[in-house]
Design a protein around this ligand. Structure first.
Ligand code: AHR
Length: 531
């Protein structure tokens, strides 16, 4: 007897549902239909072995970035005449918030701005400095914040300054003389000028960037990889002959659009510069344009993949060189940036992204990724520090801490020493771009017996009962737990309202086991001693 068409359609739909259920990774069911998943709690195990060392975590991965862009410097860290600013014009409330981030190195003056920045404009008496048209972001630049102000700020913050020279519209001599002005002890016209401007001793800045995003057509002075490689090589030689102790960072790829040969850019740049540089810089910004939480939360997979690819390109470039100098990766711009983007990118109040909880979780996974590649990623800079895609936000009167501030603060202040390779047994969900993605994303650091484990629970709705299993040691003493979370994945902070923040509690471990309940959409940092 023929089946009625409607019945067969229903039967087909049922069978298809059953099939897709069987094929779906365990925990993606939890997000789709909660009834069955709620009855069976999700569980995970993370195995920690203190001998499985990936590499030493370079403190320079906790860097930040200030650019002459919007209200990052002017109206952010620097506001002359503001009642809350010191005699130099540095805002004290901003400084207080920034100081708690443990910024280990600070990149300046850009970004795109650096590609037409002529450093001599920013020295000497402030009132006599020239105002210039600023073409990267469509404003005028007063130059009241220049080399001396930057280096004074870095000094106050006890952070390593990192200067990016202009290889867009600048010359080799500009770059060389900037190093001379800042670092030289010789008696020359440049160092006399520095003394005349109030600074007798050289600052001895170690980190110097050879231009910014030179692969991007949006860059002033954009070049082909070959032209950039040749140009940067001559700048590098002159800069290093001025001060042989400096470390040089070449502009690797920042342009990852489809059809762009970003691998080829890095390969060509390394061919030219491999005997002269210490780091290759790459940049990334991610966003949740499709409002797809789980895809967005998997973004660090891209970061992992690019890190691995660039590491391979570096290895390949160095394979034909006897006794090569080591070259590391500098992720010297990273962040979530997609809302305050596009046509509105010109003027004073731009790139003022307001962050929510899901952005903070993505930042935690990025930091995990840097730690998990500690052997090769030796520099990273959240872009930027204040107001412009930043963890600290101001108005005329006060400051608030954005959601992304909290994971950065916890990880940057606590994850040091050796990065450990973890084994995680955990439910997964299915990502369109990356296939199965574990709900838990983690990293660990061991410093003289003090263990820190950083864990993001990406699950939007469910806690995950997690056991940390220490393979070769025992936990000793109290366990400190810090958690970043908020009411909802879209929760944001603002002036006078902090929905997303860090809360702390303690726990007790049994010998080599520590049981944790990791709440949905949370970042948890566990800190405990081992013996
Ligand atoms: O950080 C904002 C901008 O992003 C920087 O100026 C540029 O380097 C990147 O494209």
């Amino acid at each position: 007897m023929p089946k009625s068409p409607s019945l067969s359609r229903r039967a087909f739909a049922k069978a298809a549902a059953a099939l897709s259920t069987a094929a779906a990774p365990l925990a993606s069911l939890a997000s789709a239909s909660s009834a069955s998943a709620q009855s069976a709690p999700l569980r995970a195990r993370i195995k920690v072995d203190t001998e499985r060392i990936i590499g030493q975590i370079d403190p320079l991965i906790y860097g930040n970035f200030i650019e002459h862009l919007g209200r990052c410097i002017d109206g952010g860290i620097f506001e002359e005449g503001h009642p809350n600013s010191d005699a130099n014009g540095f805002r004290k409330d901003v400084f207080a918030a920034v100081s708690k981030l443990n910024v280990t190195q600070l990149r300046w003056p850009g970004g795109n701005f650096s590609s037409n920045y002529h450093w001599r404009d920013g020295i000497g008496p402030r009132d006599q400095r020239p105002r210039r048209l600023e073409m990267a972001w469509g404003t005028t630049e007063t130059n009241r914040f220049g080399t001396h102000e930057f280096l004074q700020y870095a000094d106050m913050l006890k952070t390593e300054p990192y200067i990016c020279v202009n290889l867009g519209t600048g010359s080799w001599t500009d770059a060389q003389q900037w190093v001379e002005y800042v670092n030289s002890s010789a008696d020359t016209a440049m160092t006399r000028l520095r003394k005349q401007n109030g600074r007798a001793d050289p600052w001895k800045v170690k980190l110097w960037g050879l231009g910014n995003e030179m692969d991007g057509p949006w860059q002033m002075g954009h070049r082909s990889a070959d032209d950039y490689g040749k140009f940067a090589l001559e700048a590098a030689k002159l800069m290093r002959w001025t001060d042989p102790s400096i470390k040089l960072v070449a502009a690797g790829s920042s342009h990852f659009s489809q059809g762009i040969d970003w691998v080829g850019w890095n390969r060509t740049v390394l061919d030219h510069l491999k005997n002269h540089i210490d780091y290759l810089a790459i940049h990334t910004y991610v966003g949740n344009r499709d409002n797809d939480y789980y895809e967005f939360l998997a973004s660090s997979r891209d970061l992992d993949n690019r890190t691995k690819t660039v590491e391979g390109i570096i290895d390949a470039a160095l394979s034909s060189t006897p006794n090569p100098r080591k070259i590391y990766i500098a992720w010297d711009e990273y962040n979530v940036w997609y809302r305050a983007r596009g046509e509105k990118e010109r003027g004073r109040r731009i790139l003022e992204e307001i962050y929510n909880l899901e952005d903070a979780l993505v930042i935690a996974t990025f930091l995990n990724s840097f730690i998990n590649h500690a052997h090769i990623v030796k520099i990273a800079n959240m872009a930027q520090l204040v107001n412009v895609i930043a963890p600290v936000f101001t108005n005329d009167r006060e400051v608030f801490l954005q959601t992304i501030y909290y994971p950065l603060q916890l990880i940057a202040n606590n994850s040091r020493g050796a990065a450990l390779s973890l084994f995680t047994d955990c439910p997964t969900y299915s990502s369109k771009r990356f296939g199965p993605v574990q709900y838990l994303d983690s990293s660990a650091a061991l410093d003289n017996g003090a263990l820190v484990v950083n864990i993001v629970n990406r699950h939007r709705d469910q806690p995950i009962e997690t056991t940390l299993e220490l393979q070769d040691k025992r936990f000793t003493g109290p366990v400190e737990i810090s958690e970043v979370n908020g009411p909802d994945i879209k929760s944001e902070n603002t002036f006078g309202k902090t929905l997303v923040k860090t809360t702390t509690r303690t726990a007790t471990a049994e010998a080599n086991r520590l049981r944790l309940t990791l709440p949905p959409h949370s970042f948890t940092m566990v800190k405990v001693r081992t013996a």
